[in-house]
Write a protein that binds this ligand. Sequence first.
Ligand SMILES: [Zn+2]
Length: 463
Amino acid sequence: MKLLSTELYGNSPVYLQNLMLSLREYANSRKRYGMGYYRFLHQLSGMDENDRQSEERYRDQELRSFLRHAAEHSAFYQELYGKSLADIQCASDLRQLPVIEEELFNERIDEIRLHTMRKKEGAADVSGTGQSPRLWLSNLDLQKQTAAVDHFKKQHGAINLDMKRATFHQGNFVPPGQKQGAFWRDIYYLNQRLYSADHCMEPFLPTVVRNLNGFRPDFIDGLPDAILAIARYINDHRLLLDFQAVAVFVESEILSESEGLEIESAFGCSVRRWSMKTERSPFLTECSAGNLHFNMRTGVMEFTDQGDVLLTRFHTTGTPLIRLKIKDQWMPIYCQCPCGSVHPVVRKPLEPISAFLQSRSRGRVTSLYLATVQEKFRQAAPSMQFVQNSLDAIEIWLSGTNTIPAELEQNIVREMADIFGEDMSFTVKGRLHGAGDKGAGPSGLIINNLQLPRTCQSDYSTD
Ligand SMILES: [Zn+2]
């Protein structure tokens, strides 16, 4: 990014900035879009995400060769694993290997890096977030990571490099102080127009939207806030666009239903989330059923009983990342996704799924019913919260009290049984403070912790 902060770049006219940016990206893209990229993209296209056996076979093969590679070329893993690797045949065998804490990983990153990478000049240096030291990745690592992302987009109709792409991106490719003129730059070689996310706000929105409409991109991707601001502007002004994008991809793990609708109605196409926040984050993508899948062709995600997430990422051969305890919180969802993919579905632990609880025999009960219950007992219990952790039971929390009169308890339980059926149990509990322990917990009328993703019905098991 050095080029962009130079005076030469800042003081150049836009067409020259476009040219400089394109030249720089040409050099960068040779790293990303080399033969390894095309080969992996081709390979991915030939695979079948719905075939559990072949997906697991591929993952386990990759895992074995990745571990062997790490143990042969990294001093740290050589010492850590010794001879124990021979027993590791598949992902579930990983449990035999030690967990690596992030502090240890950071501390010994120089020994973790491959011997060759440490000396080699020009290896890609990709920075992690904030204070974490960089992972050194080989060009092939980068190419495979890029191919995995592009394959995801291809599944939703967008072919990177071939199709015109509008990307909402943060960076100083447009000088931050710029108040008029072009808030975008072209990278000719990549068929891409970069829009400055910092300028996706009033008073620049009309200019950006007009340009986007003139550019007529085939697909749109980038930062959710910027894309949302554009979508809101389009919807608020009832603008009809002159182009039809195949899809919008937002780099985000979470997008509320209303935000998704806002974007879809502005661009008239589906919006899909994907995430690979840092080189230490799992690669997650949203499927046509609206669930987030972990791409098991890129590694292994493990979930411990303590709620920790361990990540092994195949395309980090320069600085192998194996069983790293990551900070991101994710929960597995053990059910077959309606989209057919066998890649594991995950969700954020506290993300409320929807405004409903599940009755064992009567299906979904929306918050409307529960609001009625709350209304009925308002005098005796001003604040209620309904929490469901299993299909058999619902907890009813009353705030501001520790003791609950027996009669009130019975009345609430009877009311709940009328709505949900007699085949479930209901527990009324009191707490002195409002909902949400440590200030971070959920608040609101209902909390559905069943971990069933959207459209995924109750055919789940616990393993
Ligand atoms: Zn799915």
